[in-house]
Design a protein around this ligand. Sequence first.
Ligand SMILES: [Zn+2]
Length: 89
Amino acid sequence: MPGIEPDAYRVVTEETMNAPWFGVPGGRLFRCWMCCKRFKVAEEYRLLVSRGPEGNCIICKECDGPTIEIQWANRYAFARENFFWMWKG
Ligand SMILES: [Zn+2]
């Protein structure tokens, strides 16, 4: 995974697109985790670093905003509650 730089936008390259984000090869998790869009080269993304149980995620500029951290935490909480089978414990 490319270096973590939480508050800065980075430009998408072929390398970032194919990097093993979150340990999954082929860039399969390199999408905006809020709107799920797939990034294209030369677009910008940002890594959202969370101290909560939801962990880090990647976001696009369209989804970013002053409440993004709360939105991400809420998204995680919703998934945790509703898709319990995705977690083993
Ligand atoms: Zn997005």
